[in-house]
Design a protein around this ligand. Structure first.
Ligand code: C2E
Ligand code: MG
Ligand code: MG
Length: 606
């Protein structure tokens, strides 16, 4: 049975419920009740005043009375909300007509409801009073029923006004809440978080800045559903708050990312090193707390990646720049495999700059046609040519040939990898079209980003049909990492392509995701044993055991095995004894320009 603990602290935030939303529904009757002690009688004639007062009191009102015009004006000017005033026309100090004119001239927020009270009751007097700004008119001596009806009309109008004003105030509060707070956790959002950093920087205060990201949160969402994902985020936010003193700002910055800003008192008294030590200690505490099981569903275990940076007045930067720094540190922690802390330093800035320059250069290189297609042969144990793997190279105009190991990871971070993928595929199709009578396959590396595109399948299908290439001559190499995300989507695409005749190979097998269940359920026809396992052959016992196990598994599943990175006879020998294998490695051929490589292999045996 699923049990949920009481909601964590951030649920309890009053703001979570939308900043006084209840006021929007304030009952008009309640406002009328509220107005009962807010009626003003401005009347200098003691008898009329007494009569009015006692009549109103009989009906449950508690009016305030003044006898002087100036006093009445003062009272109305200082009232916080609109009042109903029974205003005598003729009074000492200031007469009713002047008062009402003055009020109408000044008032913007509080339109008081003025009932002009007078024994002048000719039609022209009524018109004069209304034109001066009075809302209503009551002649003396007054009739109690008429008084009651006129007060009631006033109450309704003033009540409506107050209700509207309160609703606008609530709506503003709500808009402010939505703009500054995250609605799932009730925590401050990125906007408010950035404002807090800004305030702090402007005050010349030092601080510690931390970003915490839940590792593989997407998988939790997929496995447990969005509601439980949201619940986890709530527990997470509450736990994060518990790790810090009250003055720290804990915010939800993005889907699975939280920020913590810890201000230090006393201006710029801490050195950068002191703050860094503090950050490591805090990060350790966060890792420890988040490693405890979360009481959701049957229990959820997570790890987190942490990026941190000191905010000191030694370095005057824009708040967004501090956030960028801490984000760089977090990305690095992620790239190192997650579940760790990285604190921002200068070297990291340099790395970021280099990557940025490379990305810019690469985009230019693509425009200028600086990519080159290389092929590395795949050879059968009898020495015959089986096929080749397409490996892209970048011919930089100044730096010379650059390895894909350097630029593919950079291209992966932008959309450049899609352009590269398209280019390689077209080149491969062109070659296969040119050598349509020959019998060899070409393997193409597919980046996860490329695979994730909605139009991936269509793009591949149209590339082959454009050059009339048979899909069974292309092997698509994907990595295990790809299979972590959205298995259903991945399976659908693979099945469509495999029905069209394409084959799939798992590249760098054994270095990624460890679950093997996908091998059975997906249309995979080849496994590439990663170079790291081949390297240890034939001497290393572990490598031997792993390689043998891979062969057994491949045989059971009816898959082909390609061994990568073969550099010695000893490695080749061991592999050929272990099972049916296709060789790939420097021992047989280094990657070479595509056209030359094919010509060489096709004519080798002739
Ligand atoms: P990969 O797909 O695992 O390719 C094999 C890499 O191992 C190639 O490096 C190849 O030159 C190298 N190699 C082959 N035999 C040996 C050997 O005997 N000894 C040693 N030390 N290395 C060997 P390369 O060409 O630098 O490519 C590196 C990685 O870049 C590839 O690894 C692949 O992940 C990526 N890559 C290359 N071309 C493309 C492409 O067109 N698209 C995408 N998305 N990625 C590509
Ligand atoms: Mg490959
Ligand atoms: Mg590989």
């Amino acid at each position: 049975m699923k049990t949920y603990l009481p909601l964590p602290r951030c649920f309890a935030s009053p703001l979570f419920y939308g900043a006084g939303l209840a006021a929007l529904d304030t009952d008009l009757l309640m406002i009328e009740e509220y107005l009962k002690d807010k009626i003003i009688i401005a009347e200098d004639d003691p008898i009329t005043e007494l009569l009015l007062k006692s009549t109103l009191e009989k009906w449950g009102f508690d009016p305030t009375d003044v006898q002087d015009g100036q006093e009445a004006l003062k009272l109305l000017r200082t009232a916080e909300e609109p009042r109903i005033v029974l205003l005598d026309w003729l009074m000492p100090g200031m007469d009713g007509i002047d008062i009402v004119k003055e009020l109408r001239r000044e008032e913007k927020e509080n339109p008081h409801y003025v009932i002009m009270l007078t024994s002048k009751n000719e039609k022209k007097d009524v018109i004069l009073a209304l034109e001066a700004g009075a809302d209503d008119f009551l002649s003396k001596p007054f009739d109690t029923d008429e008084l009651k009806a006129r007060i009631k009309a006033g109450l309704r109008l003033v009540g409506l006004h107050i209700q509207l004003k309160r609703a606008i105030k609530s709506a503003n509060k709500l808009a402010d809440f939505i703009a500054h707070y995250d609605q799932t956790t009730g925590l401050p959002n990125r906007v408010l978080f950035t404002e807090r950093i800004d305030e702090l920087v402007n005050n010349g205060q030092s601080a510690a800045l931390i970003l915490v990201n839940i590792d593989r949160f997407k998988r939790i969402n997929q496995a447990k559903g969005l509601d439980l994902g949201d619940l986890l985020l709530n527990y997470f936010g509450a736990r994060l708050q518990e790790c810090f003193e009250e003055e720290a700002v804990v915010a939800r910055i993005a889907a699975d990312e939280f920020g913590v800003l810890i201000p230090f008192d006393g201006g710029c008294v801490y050195t950068t090193d002191e703050i860094i030590n503090f950050l490591y200690a805090k990060a350790q505490r966060i890792h420890a707390r988040m490693a405890e099981r979360f009481p959701i569903d049957e229990g959820v275990n997570i790890t987190v990646s942490i990026g941190a940076a000191p905010v000191t007045c030694e370095i005057a930067l824009e708040p967004e720049e501090f956030l960028r720094r801490v984000d760089t540190a977090l990305r690095k922690a992620k790239a190192l495999g997650g579940n760790q802390t990285v604190i921002h330093d200068r070297k990291m800035e340099e790395e970021v700059r280099q990557r940025y320059d490379m990305e810019k250069d690469l985009a230019e290189g693509l425009d200028n046609g600086d990519l080159r297609l290389f092929l590395q042969a795949q050879v059968r144990p009898d020495g015959s040519f089986h096929g080749a793997e397409a490996l892209v190279r970048w011919m930089h105009p100044k730096k010379g040939m650059i390895s894909p190991g350097l630029f593919i990871p950079v291209a992966e971070e932008s959309d450049l990898v899609l352009r590269i993928g398209r280019w390689v595929l077209n080149e491969v199709c062109e070659l296969l079209c040119k050598y349509s009578r020959e019998d060899f396959t070409l393997s193409v590396n597919i980046s996860p980003k490329q695979f994730a595109r909605e139009d991936f399948v269509d793009e591949i299908l149209s590339a082959v049909s454009e050059k009339s290439v048979s899909p069974d001559r292309i092997i698509l190499e994907v990595t295990e990492g790809l299979l972590i995300n959205d298995m259903d989507e991945v399976a659908k695409k693979m099945i469509r392509l495999s029905r069209a005749g394409f084959r799939f190979s798992i590249d760098d097998f054994g270095t990624g995701y460890s679950s093997l269940s996908y091998l059975k359920s997906l249309p995979i026809s080849e496994i590439k044993i990663d170079r790291t396992f081949v390297k240890g052959l034939p001497g290393d016992e572990d490598s031997r055991a792993i390689v043998k196990a891979i062969f057994l598994m491949a045989e059971a599943l009816g898959m082909e095995v390609v061994a990568e990175g073969i550099e010695s006879e000893g490695q080749a020998m061991f592999l050929s004894k272990a099972g049916n294998v296709i060789y790939q490695g420097f021992l047989f051929s280094k990657p070479a320009p595509a056209g030359d490589a094919i010509e060489h292999w096709l004519h080798k045996d002739k």
